[in-house]
Design a protein around this ligand. Structure first.
Ligand SMILES: Nc1ncnc2c1ncn2[C@@H]1O[C@H](COP(=O)(O)OP(=O)(O)OP(=O)(O)O)[C@@H](O)[C@H]1O
Length: 346
């Protein structure tokens, strides 16, 4: 288990004191995939650096399986670092070495014999789906293949934790999904804890069990991924969730909503968010059967899968001469346990 307890980190810069991480509390259980999402400058790198002992917290403690990282020195710290494998946005491969040699590199440092290194690296090549490419150089590989090498290398010392630092940010959407599927597969096969640092909610939604939202050094919201998607509380979390649940761009949606509001100023635009079984229930037709003086236009909708089930969102326009029916419809959605948000002109 990884625990950040009341962790703050400040830096003394020329411009004054920078508060990079503020009073962070996190508990990451073994074997889970835990996401930390934040925009640039939110403090993600500082959190990683405190986890692998490159920075010490100014106050508070970071412990991994009971040992406090900032108290470790010399060999104990080096041994602890071996328990954390890392993968990076730009892969950090050695360009003059083949796939196999890259994977063997940490094992050379760990002073394994040539035969042991090779046997282990070959197993890892197979695990990450690169069989047949052992002797290729990084320049001969696609981005997704390079990241597979990065993953195999990160696993070579049998770490307890895999730390993914924006590992899919340089990849196209399809390759991103392939690499995420591989991380999921490795998490299950090796029962490894995976910490995913990202600015992309898609990555969180697709593989994480739990998410913490980091904003200006603070964790402003955290919880199981489905809960956070269903009911984001903070404005920044809503922005992250909307990255994922809106089908068009935020601008397209805003334009469509503005047009609808202009066209039917007396109606209401409502965003419905539904999950699990509701995502496949005929909610719209059930609602229309209940209220015969309601007209309902669908503006746009979508559905996505998370590790805990599906989640969908639907923008609708409700129109009626009878305000009570509109209120009744909104209340009816709530009885169906659909999250509703009335969109007002921004
Ligand atoms: N060594 C340092 N000295 C001074 N300020 C620092 C130092 N390291 C980080 N900071 C500041 O702390 C804040 C958090 O930085 P950090 O690199 O952790 O964010 P991040 O979320 O990883 O951003 P990015 O995704 O852009 O790397 C920023 O304001 C940054 O300028």
């Amino acid at each position: 288990m990884i625990e950040f307890k009341d962790v703050s980190k400040t830096f003394d810069a020329k411009t004054g004191t920078v508060s990079a991480v503020k009073d962070v509390n996190l508990v990451i259980p073994d074997g889970k995939i835990y996401g930390i999402v934040g925009y640039s400058g939110a403090g993600k790198s500082t959190i990683i650096r405190m986890l692998n002992g490159l920075e010490a917290p100014t106050t508070g403690s970071v412990t991994v399986n009971g040992s406090e990282i900032s108290a470790l020195k010399g060999k104990a710290l080096r041994d602890q670092r071996l328990k954390i494998g890392m993968i990076f946005q730009h892969f950090n491969l050695l360009w003059s070495r083949t796939v196999l040699e890259n994977i063997e590199f940490p094992l050379e440092i760990a002073k394994l014999s040539k035969a042991e290194r090779k046997a282990k690296a070959l197993k890892l090549v197979e695990l990450v789906g690169l069989k047949g490419r052992e002797n290729a150089y990084p320049s001969e590989l696609s981005g997704g293949q390079k990241q597979r090498v990065g993953i195999a290398r990160a696993l070579s010392n049998d770490p307890e934790i895999l730390l993914s630092d924006e590992a899919t940010s340089a990849l196209d959407p399809q390759t991103t999904d392939e690499v995420l599927d591989l991380l999921l597969d490795i998490n299950k096969k090796l029962n490894l804890s995976v910490i995913v640092i990202t600015h992309e909610m898609h990555v969180i939604r697709k593989i994480c069990d739990h998410v913490a939202v980091l904003d200006a050094g603070e964790i402003v919201e955290q919880g199981p991924v489905l809960d956070v998607f269903k009911n984001p509380k903070q404005a920044i979390t809503k922005r992250f969730v909307n990255q994922e649940t809106d089908t068009g761009s935020a601008d397209d949606t805003n334009i469509a909503v503005e047009e609808m509001l202009k066209k039917y100023p007396q109606g209401k635009i409502v965003k419905l968010t539904f999950h699990g079984e509701q995502a496949s229930s005929p909610i719209v037709s059930e609602t229309l059967r209940q209220f015969d003086d309601i007209d309902l236009n669908i503006i746009e909708g979508n559905i996505h899968q998370t590790q805990e089930g599906s989640i969908g969102s639907l923008y609708i326009h409700l129109l009626s001469d009878n305000q009570q029916s509109i209120d009744g419809t909104l209340a009816y959605f709530q009885t169906l346990r659909v999250e509703t948000e009335v969109i007002e002109r921004g």
